[in-house]
Design a protein around this ligand. Structure first.
Ligand code: MN
Length: 363
């Protein structure tokens, strides 16, 4: 599932990319001396080496030195040989800002991010996938937003990088992140007039859910709302859990049209196996149990149509949910009902007296 390295080497690890920001962003100047610095945390698991290096170089090249505390690469026990010694040697040559730490055993994306965060030294943290290229002046709008509203979690505007040609391109629409009853992230196209206004002003706009490949936050705030659920497994659903928790517990999620990062969209090994592999499914069960309240029945109805419907939590896993429930109570978070009404009106509950939930397919 990795991009063929020899082919992608033809595109240099450091390159000029298309500045996809709305025009208005290009005139903005920032008083960066007042900004906090950021630690960029990048977990990787059997990623194409050139993709990892392109991610790292893009951050080094397009972030003011004074704002970048460090880049922490967290290798999640990859088995690819070029992520061993060759990566280590390369990282050594990049100077002391770039660090490489390794998990002895596979921990998954979620715990790798938490591991990186524990070692980070800056007040702001940015989580990036290992197949990203950040664009011009990507960090400054994030830091400005966090300075103004520390209780927001930021999603830069996600552009696309083509998995075959590595061509960088912006989608021609603006979107918000939405939600389905089986707790998947979906793209919601914004109304034309909202898109136009956002393009014209470059102003931040809110989003119900995060896509997950790039996110930034004030570390103290992130910890205060329970960072990630460390009992979630490997990968999947952590973006939805964090989204619901942030909104319901008094924070907000915003997307910044002026902060652009390109993400390589491609099938991941996980997604290839089944749309809902069992660890992802378990993570979603955790999310539904803690955050959906009486609406969780719709989640269970919606997921029963998928292959892995027999997935269940173990007794220990059920027990570990208590920590998250008491966190929810301690933070006095609002109800899912409130979330539906105020944040995600696009997600309609099925009619109250409905008898079946499913889908119709053509043979
Ligand atoms: Mn990704």
């Amino acid at each position: 599932y990795n991009i063929n390295i020899s082919r992608s080497e033809e595109i240099p690890l450091r390159r000029t990319i298309k500045d996809t920001r709305p025009e208005t962003c290009k005139d903005t100047s920032f008083n960066i001396s007042s900004f906090p610095s950021a630690s960029v945390i990048i977990p990787l698991y059997n990623e194409g080496l050139s993709l990892v290096l392109r991610t790292v170089h893009s951050v080094l090249d397009r972030t003011p030195d004074v704002l970048l505390k460090e880049i922490i690469l967290v290798d999640d026990a990859s088995s690819h040989e070029d992520l061993g010694e060759p990566l280590e040697q390369y990282v050594d040559e990049l100077g002391e800002k770039v660090k490489l730490i390794r998990n002895f055993e596979r921990q998954g994306l979620i715990r790798s991010r938490l591991h990186g965060m524990q070692l980070s030294r800056a007040p702001v943290i940015v989580f990036l996938d290992a197949h990203i290229e950040v664009n011009v002046q990507w960090l400054e709008p994030i830091l400005a937003q966090l300075q103004e509203k520390p209780n927001s979690i930021i999603q830069p505007f996600v552009d696309g990088v083509d998995p075959d040609s590595l061509e960088y391109s912006a989608p021609n629409i603006l979107y918000r992140g939405g939600l389905t009853w089986d707790l998947r992230y979906v793209w919601i196209r914004l109304a034309e007039h909202i898109q136009e206004a956002a393009f014209r002003s470059g102003q931040p706009y809110w989003t119900p859910t995060l896509i997950g490949c790039a996110l930034a936050m004030d570390k103290a705030y992130f910890k205060s709302i329970g960072s990630f659920d460390a009992d979630q497994l490997i990968w999947g659903g952590e973006n939805v859990e964090l989204s619901l928790r942030t909104w319901m517990c008094g924070g907000s999620l915003v997307t910044l049209p002026c902060s652009r990062v390109g993400h390589v969209f491609r099938p991941t090994p996980y997604k290839r196996e089944t749309p809902f592999h069992s660890t992802w499914q378990k993570n979603l069960i955790r999310t539904a149990e803690v955050w959906l309240g009486p609406y969780k029945k719709y989640f269970y109805s919606a997921t029963s149509i998928f292959e892995n419907r027999h997935v269940n939590l173990t007794e220990t896993e059920w027990k570990s949910l208590e920590k998250r429930k008491s966190l929810r109570d301690k933070l006095q978070c609002k109800s899912f009902d409130w979330f539906l009404r105020e944040v995600s009106p696009d997600l309609h509950p099925p009619p109250r007296n409905s008898m079946q939930y499913g889908e119709i397919t053509n043979e």
